[in-house]
Write a protein that binds this ligand. Sequence first.
Ligand SMILES: Nc1nc2c(ncn2[C@@H]2O[C@H](COP(=O)(O)OP(=O)(O)OP(=O)(O)O)[C@@H](O)[C@H]2O)c(=O)[nH]1
Length: 461
Amino acid sequence: MSKGLSLWSFQSLSRKISGLSSILLGFLFVVILYSVIKLQQISMEMQEVARIDFPLTKVISELEVLQLEKHIIFEQIRYKKQHKNKVDLHHEIADEREQFNELSQRVTREIRLASEIINNGIISGNIEEKLDEHRRVIAMLTGFQQELNAFQSSAHTVFNILHQPDSDTHWEQLESELALLDGEAINLLAEIETLTEEIAENAVRHEREFFYVNTALGVSALIIGIYLTLYIISGFRRRVGEIQQGIDQLSQQISEGKGADEAAKITVKTDEFAGLATSMNAMVERFSTELDNRYEVEHKLLQLATTDKLTGAYNRHKWDESLAAEFLLAKRGSLLSVILIDLDHFKKINDNYGHDVGDKVLVQAIALIKKTIRESDLVFRLGGEEFAVLMRNQPLSEACVMAEKLRMTLAQTDIKDLPKFTGSFGVAQYTAEESIASFIKRADQAVYQAKNNGRNQVVKA
Ligand SMILES: Nc1nc2c(ncn2[C@@H]2O[C@H](COP(=O)(O)OP(=O)(O)OP(=O)(O)O)[C@@H](O)[C@H]2O)c(=O)[nH]1
């Protein structure tokens, strides 16, 4: 089951849609097939009702009327038998005799008609239900017709001898035959009536069943259709949403100045959107790499623009920038101190050991300064053998301590293959209302003072 589901989830959207549509179409085909078969069956049943049962019902009604007419004729004869002169009776009941003959012919005709309707129905195949019952009715009709013929012949004879003195016994016998025949007729008519009613009820029941089943199937098809539509819409929206989300994340990361990470990758399954997602991801990756490269280049350019190539200290450009920024803070009250350093007799080092050794001394000096200062302090090479340390949130006293520490470090360091070297230090703290130029100038003058005092010393401004 779960294997089937996972197989299903890996199918493309158009495959899913065509799969589900096939199910719906198959279902609709079954509904239509069922409807056609059922309608045909119901139509045949209706035809049977129309061609067999309806004419049969008419015949039954006709026979019932004839039964009644027969009783009326007999009642009239009974009346005349009681109230008229027996001698004239033959003449008196001439009309009734005539009517009875006519009635007998009509009854015979109707019974034959009923037999023909059923027979034709069986032969033509119109009667499909209760075939045996129909055959039994034909047999009953035939039997009834024979009994009726016998009764009619008896009646004819008795009617002709009613004026004779000994006719009463024959009349009574005829009356009992009439009662027997009536019983037979009632049975026969009831049988035919039950049969036609059952067939009509069956047709109605099938029609009702067809309505219920067809309604249920129609509603099911509607539900499947609605489910399919919602499934397709939600699947489509989900896929588009995933891509949209990926694009949103990507654009957010770009606007935040970051490269695209894994989260920005669009994850969709193996449907039509997968191709789109793959292209998007490839684009994201390419873009991300491009962005990373750009950040690297920017970083390098910034380093080049702000760093001294030889020593790795910040350069003059960065010095001006940092000084301006720190000056703004200092003007608002934060402490700012500076240490200016000038290596002593550097020209001599160059002259005595060569320019490349002079370079190594410069590199070593910066390395020693960087190792000694705090993390928040910034070190700059201002030009030649001049350096500066910018100390945030530090008073003059602390800056002097640091300057002394640096002086001693330089002076005491002895590196293999390099000459020993010292530096002169000028320390100043920014004072309120002072300009940058005056602040730096004071520190510069302190360095000058240190040089004049014999070098390798710290002078505070
Ligand atoms: N090796 C090397 N030398 C440099 C560099 N930049 C400047 N110099 C040299 O540094 C020397 C500075 O000499 P001066 O300004 O006379 O100062 P000094 O010899 O240190 O004397 P005082 O400052 O008075 O102690 C010059 O000879 C410059 O050529 C550099 O990048 N590398």
